[in-house]
Ligand binder design. Structure first.
Ligand code: PBG
Ligand code: ZN
Ligand code: ZN
Length: 371
């Protein structure tokens, strides 16, 4: 029975009962029981959903995946100044930290259940940037030093290293440039895979290329295999990374804004769903162990596509700096409660298909979650 015919059936029944001149109470009783026996059984059963989620535990059963601490990866900005601990104004509660500040900061977080971090290097020393991003794999640079330090200090912590050149190049682009200012794809893949190798050699459990050069996943995987460390190195590809305006606070934090132009010739156009599907399929074919979609909340369809294309791979989603800053700004303006939105946005990301979330809310979630 359709909803409208059900309503009209009940309306007629109620009207005829009104003619009976019975008391209000007995009228209500008989209305209820008459309705229950006259409505078709299938219609009656399918209209009753509330019982399935009236209890908080039952509500939690409605989700395919519950957010847990092991799904979270926490981004860290590692400064090359050992005593640096600078608040990043556009990224609430986030700091750039030097090596000397890292372990004291992380100790209580690890005690509260922090399982994984992703490292971004921030070179601040004067004149350390050049056209090739030489500082990216400087053995005494911030990322390699931090990998060694964290491996030693926190034996169970999973350490991922973002692999890109934009933090280290004088021009701020994510690769090596040709004379005309476009990316030199072959040279960039060569350089990016060398940097990834250096991080994996230093002990990173995961290397995550965010540069978007074509073929860099294959280049990295081949070098990992060649040097006999592929078996212990997870390759997480920023497979569907969109251009747009949500990376601003990150670029403030990492000092990685391009000095000219933008990244629209290598990061994906926001409307490019088919292109994202091709990039995801390509990176899986090239040997990615995990595929990532970034940003997250504006690209939930892409997360769902990623799960569909990469059925047998975990999908990661990066709730990026701009998303995080927006949520903070809106909460501050009284639009909603910060914690409620931190959960709601993350649950949307999981519902779309992600099982790993890179989130600046990680320290808060460690307080909010039980496991
Ligand atoms: N390749 C650099 C990189 N790696 C991760 C992010 C963004 C992360 C964030 O905004 O939180 C960026 C910024 C960019 O591409 O300009
Ligand atoms: Zn980059
Ligand atoms: Zn990056």
């Amino acid at each position: 029975m359709s909803f409208s015919s059900l309503v009209s059936d009940l309306t007629h029944r109620a009207a005829s009962e009104r003619d009976d001149m019975r008391s209000q109470a007995s009228k209500a009783r008989s209305y209820t029981s008459t309705a229950a026996t006259s409505v078709s059984i299938s219609g009656d059963i399918s209209s009753q959903l509330h019982g399935g989620y009236s209890h908080p535990l039952a509500r939690s059963w409605q989700a395919e995946r519950q957010l847990t601490k092991s799904m979270l990866i926490y981004p860290l900005f590692i400064s090359d100044q050992p005593d640096d601990e600078t608040l990043i104004p556009s990224l609430p509660n986030m700091h750039r930290r030097g090596l000397n500040k890292l372990v004291p900061y992380l100790k209580p977080l690890v005690a509260r259940g922090l399982r994984s971090v992703i490292l971004f290097g921030v070179p601040l020393a004067p004149n350390c940037k050049d056209a090739l991003g030489t500082a990216a794999d400087d053995p005494s640079g911030p990322v390699i030093s931090a990998i060694r330090l964290l491996r030693k200090s926190f034996p169970t912590l999973f350490i991922a290293a973002d692999v890109c050149l934009c933090e280290y190049t004088s021009h701020g682009h994510c690769g090596i440039l040709r004379d005309d200012g476009a990316l030199n794809n072959a040279l960039s893949c060569e350089r990016i895979s060398d940097v990834a190798m250096a991080y994996a050699d230093a002990g990173a459990h995961c290397v995550a290329p965010s540069d978007m050069n074509d073929g860099r996943v294959r280049a990295i995987k081949l070098k990992l295999i060649e040097s006999g460390i592929a078996h212990r190195t997870l390759l997480m590809s920023y497979a569907a990374k969109f251009s747009g305006c949500l990376y601003g606070p990150f670029r403030d934090a990492a000092g990685s804004s391009p000095s000219f132009g933008d990244r629209r010739c290598y990061q994906l156009p926001p409307g490019g769903r088919g292109l994202a599907r091709r990039a995801i399929a390509r990176d899986i074919a090239e040997g990615a162990d995990v595929i990532m979609v970034k940003p997250a909340s504006q690209y939930l369809d892409i997360i769902s596509d990623a799960k569909d294309i990469g059925k047998d791979l975990p999908v990661a989603a990066y709730q990026v700096s701009g998303e995080y800053a927006m949520i903070h700004a809106a909460a501050k303006a009284g639009v909603f409660d910060l914690k409620t939105m931190a959960f709601e946005s993350t649950e949307g990301i999981l519902r779309a298909g992600a099982s790993i979330v890179i989130s600046y809310f990680t320290p808060e979630f460690l307080d909010w979650l039980e496991n």
